[in-house]
Unconditional design. Sequence first.
Length: 432
Amino acid sequence: MPVCQYACGSAEHMMSRRGFLGGTALGAAAALGPIGFGNAEAAESLAQASKRVLVIYLAGGVSQLETWDPKPGTDTGGPFRAIPTSVPGTHFCELLPETAKQAHRLAVVRSINIHENSHSRGRTFMLTGRKEEPAFTYPHLGAVAAKLLNKGVPTGLPGHLHIFPARGGGGGNRPDAAFLGPQYSSVPLADGSPPAGLLPPTGLTSAADQAREALRQKLDRQFLKSRRTAATEAYTGSFGQAEEVIRRADVFDVSREPAKLAEKYGTHDFGRHLLLSRRLLEAGVNYVKVTHTNYDTHHENFDFHIEQLGEFDRPFAALLQDLTDRGMLASTLVIVMSEFGRTPRINDRYGRDHWGTAWSVALAGAGIKGGAVVGKTNANGTAVTDREVHGGHLFHTYLQAVGLDSTTNFYPDNRPVPVADPEVDAISEILA
């Protein structure tokens, strides 16, 4: 796939062929780590009792000036107005009219400085809470959530799912679990579809399928007698999980939702993906990441934000209302993030470039204090003037919002590795 015409041209905006797993049942099974399973009743119980995390990732770097921290009337502000929200005194950009009505459920952090303008390094910092290190890899938030939020109630579904556009958007299955192991890696859902090749071929009878599975298990047992390793056990276990996912294939079918509700989310890709994310979380998945692309607006920033945020605004507001109506928002942490923001300075192509120095994220649900605004930038958005934070502070905040102790350790190879950066702590002002 070619690079989007408004992107910076880096490899971040190229399609990864490896993300599609070869289109085989074997590849699909391998993508599904060996997590436990159960039935629909257990999933419903988990949905009511457990905490969950939903990350809405605006890939490429959404502009804070066209979303959460508008600066109208300044040399950097651009053409859009700031509009009032449901929180007195708090204003969003006019491109978010429906989201503005949900501001009382949101907390906005307007003072992020990650000192980083690289797509890959910015993404690493925001999703792991650590700066990228050449000699060590930390697990992404999704892997940490899948491991620590799993209460032992089997659901029949993986704990870490990534929904992304069918073409582009930085999707695919990355080594995002690090030392936590492949069972906590993300399972990619291109265009929200179950992994390619997961369902059995048309015409395959149940008896033939059972005989095929029995033969596979027999061969596996023989192989494992002489070649058992952690990798082969994970690989073998993934087949069992794939079989269970087939039994719960209805979870991926958004057409089962009432037409009126589906209309609120919208029929375009992002709306469908958000609706699917809610179905997955309700079914017991611990963590879902939904990627919306592409915000890398080096030219025609304003036109592209009209288009992109036009897709984002209504479905996002519908999601918050839907989660509230179902009683799920109190146990679901919703995060809207990017790898960085956009430059306050408008370039000669009417675009904004990469900017990790002073930008914003929004959060809602779980242990988040709705209506809170933390941090401040100066009059034209070029610098943080109050409560500067970075990805490490946010990582602590995410974990504590869902009731986890962010000060504990993992123990890969029997050595302690802090779950979150021990040099910083959570943003307490937005924790309820």
